[in-house]
Ligand binder design. Structure first.
Ligand code: UD1
Ligand code: UDP
Length: 357
């Protein structure tokens, strides 16, 4: 069996690492295909380095651009690779443009698609990610749903039950594997904070960053939360967000320390000891839940309702007053919720299912 594993962006590299390792452990040939949607060292190379991943067999280097250009470049770049290398299955993870494009290219080349993290729905069709995940789920032969709820969503959409497997989320595998390494001596000193004495923030979602009112509201909310909580907010900002702030002349308020995107180990080490997470990231909602760090989600909806249901997460949107109220309420919560995202063996489960299939 030859498995092609596609990665394109930061979260895909992190969440596919356990699948790549599981292939190696089972002696399965793994073709690692990088679309190049993310390419800056801090969004790409650092994760290959820190997670010990092999160099990609192919990097399409599609880079940034309009969504259609990105999708078209991935499709036309992948076609000859798939026709020449003929993998038995092509795995994609999540909901980015790289995922939809690679799934379509595989389908057109007659290669079966497996979707890791299938069945997530925000029910907000304005999000590019929502369209990407719906289409990818309906193209896929093998659907690896992270939770029972995600699996049930797929069945309700008419996908045959035998194609759906509830595996847990590979984000848990990577977090559990790297957590010990991430807590390095001197980490907090390097960032000028003490364990438990800071909040951690990220912002990058297009509906927040490309909407001036929402971006200003979130930045105000972060600064006001720092003041209300009496702790600094470390904000590791995506290049898209830093670019937009520079273009609009927006600065972070007092108490917010803007950082570049961090490597996985620094980020995980800081996250594990944070008083609170404030984020619009999908992966962070899951990681915060696993680490038992309360999460305030800077969105009006989420495709990770499990984290809301166990009490680990709350939706605050982009209104500064609501962000502060949610930050205060979440910090006061007992951190005793169960982790609904899996047991850390999802990667090996996914590869095992493919080998048995
Ligand atoms: C993409 C995904 C999003 C995912 C996120 C993970 C889509 C539609 N969006 O959003 O779902 O949550 O990745 O982080 O696929 N840039 C750099 N260096 C890079 C990559 C991007 O500077 O390595 C800058 C460029 O200015 C680029 C902008 O960030 O135009 C946006 O990049 P893009 O890949 O289009 O979308 P993301 O916001 O990263
Ligand atoms: N992450 C990181 N450094 C950072 C911010 C995030 O390593 O500065 C990791 C984080 O631990 C998580 C993943 O990146 O595993 C989330 O990616 P992102 O928020 O870009 O995408 P999303 O999950 O929203 O698609």
């Amino acid at each position: 069996m030859r498995i092609a594993v596609v990665v394109g962006t930061r979260p895909e590299i992190i969440k596919m690492a356990p699948v790549v390792r599981a292939c190696a452990a089972r002696g399965v040939e793994c073709l690692l295909l990088h679309t190049g949607q993310h390419y800056s060292f801090e969004m790409d190379g650092v994760f290959f380095q820190e997670l010990g991943l092999p160099e990609p067999d192919v990097n399409l280097e599609v880079g940034s651009g309009t969504q259609s250009r990105q999708i078209a470049a991935v499709m036309s770049g992948l076609e000859p690779v798939l026709l020449e290398r003929r993998p038995d299955v092509l795995l994609v993870e999540g909901d980015t443009n790289s995922v939809l494009a690679a799934a379509l290219a595989a389908n057109k080349a007659g290669v079966a698609v497996g979707h890791v993290e299938a069945g997530l729905r925000s029910y907000d069709r304005r999000m590019p990610e929502e369209i990407n995940r719906i289409l990818t789920d309906h193209l896929a032969e093998h659907l690896f749903a992270p939770t029972g709820q995600a699996g049930a969503i797929l069945r309700r959409e008419g996908i045959a039950a035998e194609r759906i497997h509830v595996t847990g989320n590979t984000v848990v595998d990577e977090l559990l594997l790297q957590r010990g390494r991430a807590r390095r001596p001197g980490l907090h000193e390097r960032f000028g904070v003490a364990p438990g004495g800071y909040a951690l923030a990220t912002v990058h979602r297009v509906e927040n960053v490309e909407d001036d009112a929402r971006l200003s509201g979130i930045l105000r909310g972060l600064a006001d939360s720092a003041a209300a909580l009496g702790v600094p907010v470390l904000a590791a900002l995506h290049p898209r967000t830093r670019g937009r702030m520079a273009a609009l002349g927006l600065a972070a308020g007092d108490g917010v320390r803007v950082l570049p995107p961090l490597g996985y180990l620094d980020f995980l080490g800081l996250h594990a000891d944070a008083a609170l997470t404030l984020t619009d990231s999908g992966g962070l909602q899951e990681e915060a839940c696993c680490l038992r760090v309360p999460c305030v989600t800077l969105r009006d909806n989420t495709e990770r309702p499990e984290s809301l249901e166990v009490g680990a997460n709350v939706l605050a949107g982009a209104d500064p007053e609501r962000i502060v109220a949610c930050a205060l309420a979440m910090r006061a919560k007992p951190r005793d919720w169960p982790n609904p995202f899996g047991d850390g063996r999802s990667g090996e489960r996914i590869v095992g299912l493919l080998l048995g299939a």
